[in-house]
Design a protein. Structure first.
Length: 154
């Protein structure tokens, strides 16, 4: 049953990320959405991750999928403060390992390096959206969801 719940949460997050309409969420929000749904919280809270897509406000810095994972772990701790302090170091280590694995697999954790585009300009963002590069972001989100899942489930 737990695997079905995780599969549904992942499918929902990836579907909303791929959506081209008003329900679309960015890469960071997609990972946070997965985390929130997995933990039984309202996915409307993804609004807090609105400015983390495109490498934090489109600057090309940290990949939004990665920042979404850190936010999901933070939400876990916010709602379970009794255990947050004792697992803080382990969570940091787990997130660092996830980032290292991501960088080894994809070459970087920086959005600009991953996409090859400057998303801070309208021209760069448009070129990115029209290129096959933006389709890789779905893969990045799925990779991070698979790795953050064990941090969020008991």
């Amino acid at each position: 049953m737990e695997n079905e719940k995780l599969d549904r949460a992942k499918a929902n997050a990836l579907s909303r990320f791929a959506d081209t309409g008003p329900n679309r969420i960015n890469c960071s929000q997609a990972v946070l959405c997965f985390g929130l749904e997995t933990m039984g919280y309202d996915c409307d809270l993804v609004t807090v991750a609105a400015y983390f897509g495109g490498g934090i406000a489109g600057t090309g810095e940290a990949c939004g999928a990665v920042t979404g994972a850190a936010m999901a772990a933070g939400m876990r701790d916010f709602h379970d403060r009794d255990q947050a302090a004792e697992r803080s170091q382990k969570t940091k280590e787990d997130l660092q390992k996830m980032m290292k694995d991501f960088a080894v697999t994809y070459g970087s954790c920086r959005c600009r390096d991953l996409t090859g585009y400057d998303l801070s300009t309208p021209e760069g963002f448009k070129a990115f959206k029209e290129s096959p590069a933006h389709e890789r972001c779905q893969e990045f989100v799925g990779f991070i969801i698979d790795r953050v899942s064990p941090l969020l489930t008991p």
